[in-house]
Design a protein around this ligand. Sequence first.
Ligand code: GLN
Ligand code: ZN
Length: 759
Amino acid sequence: MLTSIVGYPRVGTLRELKFATEKYFRKEISADELKNTAKEIRKANWLTQKASGLDFIPSNDFSFYDNMLDVAVLFNIVPSRYSSLNLSPIDTYFAMARGYQGKMGDVKALAMKKWFNTNYHYIVPEIDDNTEIRLAGTKPFDEFEEAKSLNITTKPVIIGAFTLLKLLRYTGSKTAEEYVDDVIAAYSELLAKFNKLGAEWVQFDEPYLVYDLTESDIALFEKLYSGILSAKDNVKILLQTYFGDVRDCYKNINTLDFDGIGLDFVEGKKTFELVSKNGFADGKILFAGVVNGKNIWKNSYEKTLNLIDNLKSKGIETVLSTSCSLLHVPYTLKNETKLPQKYLEHFAFAEEKLSELAELKLLAETNYVNENLYKANIILHKNRPDCDDLAVKKRVANISESAFTRLPAFEEREKIQKKVFCLPLFPTTTIGSFPQTSDVKANRTAFRKGNITESEYIEFNRKKIAECVKQQEEIGLDVLVHGEFERNDMVEYFGEQLNGYLFTEKAWVQSYGTRCVKPPIIWGDISRNKPMTVDWSVYAQSLTEKPMKGMLTGPVTILNWSFPREDISVKESTYQIALAIRDEVLDLEKNGIRIIQIDEAALREKLPLRKSDWYSDYLDFAIPAFRLVHSGVKAETQIHTHMCYSEFTDIIKAIDDMDADVITFEASRSDLQILDSLKNNNFKTEVGPGVYDIHSPRVPSVKEIKSAIYKMLDKIDPEKLWINPDCGLKTRGIAETTASLKNLVEAAKEVRHENNGSV
Ligand code: GLN
Ligand code: ZN
């Protein structure tokens, strides 16, 4: 029995790639130095994998920013506005990822979207009628040879043709169909090269296959692979799927000439049933995704080995694999020095998952029932210390129906709030965080390490808050924020103050580009001891006449950006968190905070990929959880929420049903496509579709912002429109932030004036 993984994290055990890339962006190191760091990381990854005994070691899972962007560049899918900047290849690549503003021109970044149901973001490549798809790069081959020079024959990994064509953004008049021949030719050329280089296997990632597919999707998939597979020659092809099951095309992929098929047995609700009912094509190898690539709990060997036995008994040749790339879990437990062993022994990060594969392999090959390894694993799963809190369980069980409805209804509240706040037309605000400059981070670190006292720590943050408030008043914003200087991360900050959470030190997971997050772990039942944000908000409010937004993270986001428990339902955990945040909302209100923003940045992220599961598996508890959080406030308290995306066209009713008073969201990077559906659905909630992209350092001009506002006004009732950036500003520098916000306020003023609103 052999073992495989779909992919490995690449940011470096201690985020070396992130730091090097950021240095490169600041022009502190050269491109060669950056490339060297990357090479070291790849080498370390490969050697770790080899040492673990892994049989199929991936290559080309590395990326400087994103694998989708890599494929686009590899196949020459580069819009001319980037290539015409005449930058070096790596700078053109980064210009596509982050935008470019400099001597050579001024262009925005490509759109960025969440990768399926994960918190990883991919870059959405754009294709136009002039794009000539062809093999134009060497990255996959270079990395294959690089591993070869270390005596490792890898399995190159690349996003497959179908997923690529489905996720591309078509900006011309041509459709996917019209690129099929060129795509087949480009992938065929890639295979020809790998043949020459002596690759044994190539893995094509086709996660798009786990969505609901139409007849024409399936036809497209078949057409692409009938072409590509005829070019495979000596290379074996692994069709890798993940994040769900492939119920719509299981039969089709079995008849095509793949050598291996990778299926997800963890998230794929129907994967086992599909294999059992339909069988598995003779001569193909099943890469069984049995080790969870998304969560950090130790594998249950009992469950996994039962499954493997079952597959074996059907005569299926099986390779043990992960359910998806390990990109979505942290590197290693080795750097976790603080957590007690009684908790740590329940976890497996990427490196430990390699060991699990090795152990499972050993157990499957020998008569595992006799192994201590196996017994120890069973005992471990039976013992979870310190996780039950009966009072919390009881409180959740006793939530009344009425606690899910805020009264009075929206329309009445809106009238009341217009009166009490007296905000101008198109009120301006920001999403919460202000630049996390090095002194802000240093202050937190010093406090954490015990180098400064609590009062010194608080004093520093208060000074920062005061500066931030003053700055916002000078800029002329209408609804202010305190700046979130006390927060490392919008979820970790709350998790740290809630009972039931565990924290890691170095367990970073890439979110996009150089941005990493360190999701906390929900270990037990969740509750709140005391107010978490009230002091900061009250202090900030005391400095200004303008309304100060209280700033919280919502229960769905807290849950979605944590590693969830697997011993109780996600719904149960979400309701536990919702009750804790509800208490905080009421405390803020009691202390004079009149606007409270409850961020649900990640609500869409865990929306099931298949429509039929949207409500039953998710929205039916996610939306009520949010309502539970704010239903207890007075009519004149204004509830905001914020979301980091704008693809909620399909769930627009559910979003409106959250019953917030105002929602701000990302819109600028996706060309305001959401506006039509807001209009068509009579969206009642007031909206602030971000007028500029904060993921990029470029400063938007007044003219640009005004034109975004006017586009919005075509579709949105002026009485309902807010003006704000599309997300928090914590990753930005101070200079660009001030410049951008000044332009934003100026743009709002001019539009107000032009609309005869009060100025
Ligand atoms: N209030 C948070 C901030 O501004 C929201 C962040 C987010 O949406 N990811 O940082
Ligand atoms: Zn956001």
